[in-house]
Design a protein around this ligand. Structure first.
Ligand SMILES: NC(=O)C1=CN([C@@H]2O[C@H](COP(=O)(O)OP(=O)(O)OC[C@H]3O[C@@H](n4cnc5c(N)ncnc54)[C@H](O)[C@@H]3O)[C@@H](O)[C@H]2O)C=CC1
Ligand SMILES: O=C(O)C(=O)[C@H](O)COP(=O)(O)O
Length: 378
C-alpha cells in the first residue's frame, strides 16, 4: 500500500501532485494534534500548523513539507535532530505578494512614480518588490543586513528606509540571531516615519509591534497603513483594522498560481526524498520581472493603469470581507474562526500574467507600464 500523506485542506491540487506516490488525506491545519497523525509518513502543512516535538515525537512521519515561504511555524532544529526530511517552498508566492503591493498602491491612489520606497528584507519577496518598483520608475532603497549589499542598486540603514514615503516590510519572523525581526518596528521606529508616510506590512504580523502601531497611529493621523498580516492571527484587532487604509486576512501570497506553485515545489521535494518519480515538470519560482523601465505616466495614463490593475485583482473585496467579519463578530472566537474561513474560501485569483485586460489602454506609456507588470498585451 502507498504511504499516507497528510495534507492541509487549504493546499490546492494536492491529489494531482501527490497521489502517484502516496495516499492523500486532508486535515484542518489549525487543529492538528499528535493523535491525528495515525501512520502518516509525510506531513504537508501551511503556516497555521506548529510543527515540533509535541506534534511529531510519537509519529512515523519521515518528511515534513510546508507549501509556504515562511518557516517560523516549524522547529527545524528538532526535525534535523530527528533526521526528518524537510522542505519549504522558497519564492513560491513572491510574485503574488508583489501584485498585492501594486494593487494596494493602486487602490490607495498612491502614484508610485515620484515617491521614495523603502523595503525591509530583500529576499525573494522584498527583492521582487524592490525590482518591480524600480522598474516602474520609483526610487527604492533596501534594508537587509544579512545579504550582499551590492545585490541591489541602493541599500541603506533601517533609518534610511524609515525616512521614505512608503515602507514595505517583507522580513521573516525571527527571534534570535544578530538581527531578530520580532517587533523590530515598534514605537521608536514608527515615530521616525515622515509626515504622510505609508506603511505596508506583508511579512509576518509580529515584525511590527501592533500595540505600538495602534498607539502611534492614534497620535499621528497623517500615517497610512496597509496591513495584510497581524501580530495575533487569527485574531485581528478591530481598532487597528479601523485605522488601516487597507486590511486583509493574510492573503498577499494567495494568488492561485502562487499556491499551486507551493504544492508543486513540495511534491517535487517529497518525490526526491522518497526517490519517487515526479508527476510533473520540476517546479521553480518562475517569475523574472522585466527590467525595462517604462515611460513616465501622465496622471490620465496612471488612472488607466490603476483601473486595469484593480480589474485584475480586486483588493477592495479582500479588504471589505475582513471588515465585514471583524465589525460584525460578537466574540474573539468569531473573528478567529472567520479569519480562517476567509482564507480557506479565498476566491481564485490569477496573477497579472494570466489575466488579459478587456480594454487595451490607448496610451503607450500605460501599456508599457502594464507590460512591465506582466500583463500579456502583445
Ligand atoms: N503575507 C503573505 O501572504 C506572505 C508573507 N510572507 C512572509 O514574507 C517573508 C519573506 O519572504 P521571502 O522574501 O521569500 O523570504 P527570504 O528568506 O527569501 O528573504 C527574507 C529576507 O529578509 C532578510 N532579513 C532577515 N532578518 C532581517 C532583518 N532583521 N532586517 C531586514 N531584513 C532581514 C533576510 O536576510 C532575507 O534576505 C516570509 O518569511 C514570510 O514570513 C511570504 C509570502 C506570503
Ligand atoms: O508563504 C508564506 O509564508 C505565507 O505567508 C503564505 O502565503 C500564507 O499562507 P498560509 O500558510 O498562512 O495559509
Amino acid at each position: 500500500m502507498k504511504p499516507l500523506i497528510l495534507v492541509d485542506e487549504n493546499i490546492p491540487e494536492a491529489e494531482l501532485y501527490f497521489e502517484n506516490f502516496g495516499r492523500v488525506e486532508r486535515f484542518a491545519g489549525r487543529n492538528l494534534t499528535a493523535a491525528d497523525l495515525g501512520d502518516a509518513k509525510a506531513l504537508i502543512v501551511r503556516s497555521v500548523t506548529k510543527v515540533n516535538a509535541t506534534l511529531l515525537s510519537a509519529s512515523q512521519v519521515e518528511f515534513v513539507g510546508t507549501c509556504t515561504i515562511g518557516t517560523d511555524h516549524i522547529d527545524k532544529h528538532w526535525l534535523t535532530s530527528q533526521r526528518i526530511g524537510f522542505s519549504s517552498a522558497p519564492g513560491c508566492n513572491a510574485n503574488s505578494v508583489v501584485e498585492y503591493v501594486i494593487a494596494a498602491l493602486a487602490y490607495a491612489e498612491v502614484d508610485w512614480q515620484n515617491l521614495s520606497f523603502g523595503v525591509v528584507g530583500c529576499g525573494n519577496v522584498g527583492g521582487s518588490v524592490y525590482r518591480a518598483l524600480s522598474n516602474l520608475g520609483a526610487e527604492v532603497v533596501g534594508y537587509d543586513p544579512l545579504i550582499d549589499q551590492n545585490k541591489f542598486p541602493i541599500m541603506g540603514s533601517l533609518s534610511d528606509v524609515l525616512s521614505c514615503d512608503v515602507i514595505c516590510i517583507h522580513a521573516p519572523l525571527t527571534r534570535d540571531g544578530e538581527f531578530p525581526t520580532q517587533y523590530m518596528i515598534a514605537a521608536d521606529e514608527l515615530m521616525q516615519l515622515k509626515p504622510g508616510a505609508l506603511l505596508v506590512s506583508a511579512g509576518r504580523g509580529a515584525v511590527v509591534n501592533n500595540e505600538d502601531l495602534l498607539t502611534v497611529k492614534k497620535q499621528r493621523s497623517d500615517l497610512r497603513l496597509i496591513l495584510d498580516v497581524w501580530a495575533h492571527e487569527p485574531w485581528v484587532c478591530k481598532e487597528l483594522l479601523a485605522q488601516a487604509a487597507i486590511g486583509t486576512p493574510h492573503i498577499a501570497g494567495y494568488s492561485w498560481d502562487g499556491k499551486v506553485m507551493g504544492t508543486r515545489m513540495i511534491s517535487t521535494a517529497l518525490a526526491q526524498f522518497w526517490g519517487a518519480a515526479i508527476s510533473s515538470e520540476p517546479a521553480s519560482n518562475v517569475v523574472t520581472p522585466s527590467c525595462s523601465r517604462p515611460l513616465p505616466l501622465s496622471s490620465e495614463a496612471w488612472q488607466q493603469v490603476r483601473k486595469i490593475i484593480l480589474q485584475s485583482y480586486d483588493i477592495a473585496s479582500d479588504d471589505q470581507r475582513l471588515r465585514n467579519l471583524v465589525n460584525n463578530a460578537s466574540s474573539r472566537e468569531d473573528v478567529e474562526r472567520g479569519f480562517d474561513q476567509l482564507r480557506r474560501n479565498y476566491p481564485e485569483r490569477r496573477e497579472f500574467r494570466f489575466t488579459s485586460p478587456v480594454d487595451k489602454p490607448s496610451d503607450l506609456a500605460a501599456r508599457q507600464c502594464l507590460e512591465t507588470l506582466g500583463f500579456p498585451f502583445l
